[in-house]
Design a binder for this molecule. Sequence first.
Ligand code: ZN
Ligand code: ZN
Length: 344
Amino acid sequence: MKGVVFLGNRRCEVRDVPVPRPGHGEVLIRVEAAGICGSDLHVYRRTDATEQVRGHEACGEVVELGPGVLRVKVGDRVSVHHHQGCGACYQCARGETVACTVRHQIIGVDVSGAFGEYVAAQERNCIPLAATSSFVDGAFLACVGSTSFAVLRRLGVSAHESVAVFGLGPVGLSCVLVARALGLRVVGIDVVPGRVALAQVCGAQLGVDGSQDDAVSRVRKFGAIPGTDRGEGVDYVVETSGSTAGRGAVLPCLRREGKGAFVGVASSEPVINPSDIHGRAATLLGSIVFPLAWMWDLARLCGVSGLSFEPAVTHRFRLDDAVEALRVADGAVGGKVVFEPSAP
Ligand SMILES: [Zn+2]
Ligand SMILES: [Zn+2]
C-alpha cells in the first residue's frame, strides 16, 4: 500500500509499504480520511527521519477482523482513538489510554499510521460513526474534535454561556464548532485574518484579529449583558495557540469566577501570577486528549445535533500529493488539511 513517511527537515515521501496485519483484538481499516495535526507538523519539522507511516487521525471502513474481535464488524464506519493502551491498567480502565502505564502505543508513532491506505487498530479504540457523519468528521473525532469536546466538558460549560477561543487553527476551529453545537456564545481570536474569518464561518458570533484590535477589551465586552456595555469578561477562555500573548490573555478576559483552559503548546514563558487567579477567584486547568468514552459521547452529539467539522476543512489531498499537503499544513494560515486516500 501507499504510506507517507517523514524524511526530516520538512521533507516527506510516499512509499510502497506492507499493509499492516491486524493482531489479536485488532481490526484492519481502509482509511477514508486522515487529518494532518499540529503534532504531526512538530515531527515533520524535526531534523531526523522517521521510518514509520505517520498520521494519527484515522477514520474509515473496517475490512478485516483479527482473532478475538467481539463488537466491531466488517463494513463498520469507525473513527480511531489514536492512543492505544494495554486495556488492563487503572488509566485504561478509566478510558485514559493516553496515560496508560503498561503498553502505550500511539498510531502513527509506535505502529503504522493514518497516512496510509490501511491502518490496524485495537477494537476498543474504534468508535462507531453516526450515519449522518462523514469520514472527515470521523477524522476530527480521532483527535482534534474530541480534544475540543474534552476541554469544554472539563470546563463544565452550559448553553448560553460565553467562551473565548484563542488560536483558530484546527483545534480552535473545532472548539468553535463544538461550543456552538452545545449552545454557547463564541468569540474567536487569532492574528491570522483568514482564520478569524473561518471561525465566523464555523459559527463564532464575533471574530477578533488580535494583531489589530485590543483583544482583551473586545472579549470582555462580548461577555456583557447584550445591549449593555459593561464588559464583565467571559465565562470561559480556551487557549489553543500556546503563544505567550494568548496565554497571558486568559485571566484578563475572564469574568469573576470564570474558568480558563490551556490546550495549546508552544511557549514556555511563565505568564501567570497566582495573585491574579486569587483576585478573580478564577479556575485554571489543563486539558490534553480525551478518554475513550467521551469520543463515543461526541459521536452521539454529532448524530443528534447535526454537528459536523467539515466547515473547518480548507484543503483535501490524495496521498500522492503528500508533499504539497504537508507544505500547506505547515504554512498554518488555513483551516484543517485532510487526506482522503481512497477518494477517486
Ligand atoms: Zn492530532
Ligand atoms: Zn493501560
